[in-house]
Design a protein around this ligand. Sequence first.
Ligand SMILES: [Zn+2]
Length: 292
Amino acid sequence: MLNNSLKNIAFVVIISVTAITASAQKVKEPKPWSDEWAKTYQPFRIAGNLYYVGTYDLACYLITTPQGNILINTGLAASATQIKNNIKALGFKFSDIKILLNTQAHYDHMGAMAFIKKKTGAQLMIDEKDASVLKDGGSSDYALGGKGSTFKPVVADRLLHDGDTITLGNMQLIMLHHPGHTKGSCSFLFTVKDEQKAYKVLIANMPTIVTDSSFTSINSYPAIAADYAYTLKAMKNISFDIWVASHASQFKMHSKHKPGVAYNPAAFIDQAGYDAAIKDLVKEYEEKIKQD
Ligand SMILES: [Zn+2]
């Protein structure tokens, strides 16, 4: 009897400690690197049924279909309101988001994901290699982790692998596994159409190097150097008409588009800009591996 009571007490104590620990694990979003991350930007139609609905620099993309819409990336936690307003301003419904995707599980693209998923009930699909970082809100991230959650943890409904297809209505997106920046960074390739033309679009996750540590010293990511090498090579061989990226600055969006200008998908046809950006990243990678 006494034994049982003691067991019960011990059980209650364990439960309470667990509850306290869980509630103490608050999300601490780091201070944005740039004011341009939180600044608003007027949403616009990029090409066909692809729209820009992000902040000034944190790119979020809406792909519309007759069966509901796809949202790619969510910016910071506070970006949720901007995204919602941007979608409304374009004449679409926030509640029509059926699928949520992400190019890399960092807080500047994942910040509002848990909130938007809860509000819309959309299915979250994520590169398998980023699924565990998603679950702990970035605390296990090899570069930005170690200091608790930087975004609200969220569990994916579907895990994606290189070459997988995401289908909604008349749209089919191919997920391209582009690891390095995070273990499950990825890009998306798909075709959009307007009244005149079809465009093959690449939403590229550019493999920028985020860690100051030498690659060989990162025990939690032994494949990091090989992953970057793989991604840089794979990205050189993608054919597309239009490219955009996870950050507006990465594809020089503000030199290609000004708020209020007329619809002009041709502004985003820029193979030379893409090739130059990849070339710079190869150089950055080669410098980095010299550290080891
Ligand atoms: Zn990042």
